[in-house]
Design a protein around this ligand. Structure first.
Ligand SMILES: [Zn+2]
Ligand SMILES: [Zn+2]
Length: 173
């Protein structure tokens, strides 16, 4: 997800370029979570301090369902808007001071703008807080612990008939 912006940096402020984002490589969001991108687009604007990257990517992230605890592929759309500052003045090759604002990304000395980290951070920020595999997920049974999507158990019915003994019965199990 690297774009060479040497040319764009030489153009006047206000110049815009648009690029497709297509990569076969999944993006690791953390040690275990991967974002599989299906596509996207980014618009790069030459601004005073460098480049403003605005874009959208789509794909899927493997998440654990908050109800049944099974892993599932959640479709996801991510919008991002981030500033990138050059570390090298493109015309003279002079070193530039790093941006004071730590939230601003940098363009590497070879004028490569890497979108991966910006997309990673924005994807993490837009993940659902409590992901659910399907709106109708029946979740885990609070009594036997079984996945009620796979094995509809009758614990809840039994409990309804004989509520005071349900807790005792689960202890005996
Ligand atoms: Zn579920
Ligand atoms: Zn049960």
């Amino acid at each position: 997800m690297q774009i060479n912006v040497a040319q764009l940096l030489k153009w006047p402020v206000g110049t815009t370029r648009s690029y497709p984002i297509d990569t076969d490589e999944p993006l690791m969001l953390d040690d275990t979570t991967t974002f599989t991108l299906s596509g996207g687009r980014v618009r790069l604007d030459r601004i005073d301090s460098g480049i403003l990257a605005r874009g959208d990517v789509a794909g899927s992230v493997e998440l654990e369902c908050g109800r049944c605890l099974e892993m599932f592929q959640a479709p996801i759309q991510v919008h991002f808007e981030e500033e990138f500052a050059p570390l090298i003045e493109v015309n003279t090759g002079a070193l530039l001071p790093p941006p004071e604002d730590e939230l601003i990304f940098t363009i590497d000395p070879n004028h490569l703008l890497d979108l991966s980290e910006a997309i990673r951070q924005n994807t993490i920020a837009s993940l659902p807080i409590q992901p659910i595999c399907t709106p109708t997920c029946a979740g885990l049974c609070a009594i036997c612990g079984g996945n009620r999507n796979l094995n509809p158990c009758t614990c809840a019915d039994d409990e309804g008939e004989n509520r005071p003994f349900a807790a005792l019965r689960s202890l005996l199990h």
